[in-house]
Design a protein around this ligand. Structure first.
Ligand SMILES: Cc1cc2nc3c(=O)[nH]c(=O)nc-3n(C[C@H](O)[C@H](O)[C@H](O)COP(=O)(O)OP(=O)(O)OC[C@H]3O[C@@H](n4cnc5c(N)ncnc54)[C@H](O)[C@@H]3O)c2cc1C
Length: 416
């Protein structure tokens, strides 16, 4: 069924009985041409691009909970491509470009809002780091504009701009094409489009083991709903990637941490850019409902508890108030966390694993929502062809052996 203004009108005139379920809930078959473990954005996008780009529709996505119930439905929805290294810039900008056409392609409103992202400089050192970062973006062909103090103030009048402020704002840069997208809609849009191309989406189906043949090639999975045979399997399980890798008999250079976020009560439109303050670690945007969406750094101890500790919640709030003191009058509405898969060099891992036929897409850490389209595109390519996509070539697991790391966080000179 195509969503359109006409479909809305038909629904209104027929007591909303014209709508069909957005995806089917089939029983798992005994075998598939390809399997994807994890029904977050990356897993669903992988299944969609397998069917769409490679004509492989006999695919199942196995999700142990509900679609998007992992980090995809828990993130702060920021999309951007302001990376320092050419490899990262290419990867993330390809993703942003796919996002730009995604609502039309999936026929699902993902509410992409390219309101712009302003990165703030609070010190002379930050100004230098930001100039280097912005120049690198420029060289990588990514849109960027360096801002002086007055220009930052014009973009975000709410900021505490006083030179006596604890974190005075001295300038920044703007990526105009960055912004936000509705996280659930990205998962649901891919799920609906994949389902329409024949993909089976199977929720409440946890993968509990991997089956290999005598030659050590992947041959299937054991799940809470029985064994499923398959010789091409992709893992897209974010914070649980190491758990699945262990089940398959190899280890990953991934540490799982809680990353938390929170929203205030809704207020009238007051902030129409995304603000990121590397100096304080805080970032903030205003949701379409009016809530201020706040986030900051990791709860830096390994954990699988999707809660986040109170001390870090306090730090996030303190960091936000240091640059936006007016927010001290707002009440906090909700706080939550997701388990993110952090890699030493803050770059994703996409490609083959030591088990033939088994591929992985993980390590996106705190920033993989923006990478969903390209993560799905490149994992689908690896599953369909057995070769890495050229965009994913530098991001293989093998880089931890060769030492060709792409250390974005360290290179920028300021955390982001
Ligand atoms: C608080 C927070 C804020 C963030 N903010 C941003 C942001 O602003 N911008 C950005 O780009 N990124 C952000 N991120 C990161 C981003 O959310 C993730 O990188 C991205 O969503 C990962 O998507 P995914 O599909 O790989 O993982 P997930 O959405 O976590 O999906 C993985 C799925 O695998 C399933 N699974 C796990 N084990 C099994 C198993 N054994 N069998 C079957 N299924 C299994 C899980 O249930 C889960 O649904 C944020 C993350 C958090 C937590």
């Amino acid at each position: 069924m195509r969503y359109s203004a006409l479909a809305l009108l038909r629904g209104a005139l027929t007591g909303q009985r014209s709508w069909s379920p957005v995806w089917r809930s089939p029983e798992p078959r005994r075998s598939y041409d390809a399997l994807v473990v994890g029904g977050g954005g990356h897993g669903l996008a992988t299944a969609y691009y397998l069917a769409k780009n490679h004509g492989i529709g006999n695919v199942a996505v196995l999700e142990r909970g509900w679609l998007g119930g992992g980090n995809t439905g828990r993130n702060t929805t920021i999309v951007r491509s302001n990376y320092l290294y050419p490899e990262s810039a290419r990867l993330y900008d390809f993703s942003l470009r796919l996002y730009e056409g995604l609502a039309r392609e999936l026929n699902f409103n993902i509410m992409l809002s390219q309101r712009g992202l302003v990165v703030l400089a609070h010190s002379r050192h930050d100004l230098d780091a930001i100039a280097r970062w912005a120049n690198a973006m420029h060289m990588n062909g990514i849109d960027v504009q360096i801002l002086d103090r007055a220009q930052v103030a014009a973009h975000a009048p709410l900021l505490e701009m006083s030179p006596r402020a604890r974190f005075p704002v001295l300038g920044g840069f703007l990526q105009r094409r960055a912004g936000t997208a509705r996280h659930d809609a990205v998962a649901w849009g891919y799920a609906r489009a994949a389902d329409a191309l024949g993909v089976d989406i199977i929720q409440n189906c946890e993968v509990t083991g991997f089956v290999k043949n005598a030659a050590g090639h992947i041959a299937g999975v054991d799940t809470t709903r029985g064994r499923i045979a398959c010789e091409r399997i992709g893992i897209a399980a974010a914070g649980h990637s190491s758990v699945l890798a262990r089940l398959a008999g190899f280890s990953l250079p991934v540490t799982s941490y809680a990353l938390q976020a929170m929203v205030t009560e809704p207020v009238k439109p007051a902030l129409d850019v995304v603000l990121l303050s590397p100096g304080t670690g805080a970032y903030v945007s205003q949701s379409d409902k009016g809530e201020m969406v706040l986030g900051a750094g990791l709860d830096l101890f390994p954990s699988y508890a999707q809660r986040g500790s109170f001390a870090v919640t306090q730090n996030v709030i303190a960091a936000t108030l240091a640059i936006l003191p007016a927010f001290s009058r707002l009440r906090l509405l909700r706080q939550w966390a997701g388990i993110v898969d952090v890699v030493h060099d803050s770059s994703p891992i996409i490609g083959p694993t030591p088990v033939p036929g088994l591929y992985i897409n993980c390590g996106w850490g705190t920033g993989g929502f923006k990478g969903i389209p390209v993560g799905g595109w490149t994992l689908a390519h690896a599953l369909a062809t057995g070769r890495s996509h050229e965009l994913a070539e530098p991001f293989q697991l093998e880089r931890f052996v060769s030492g060709r790391l792409i250390d974005e966080a360290a290179a920028a000179g300021i955390a982001h």
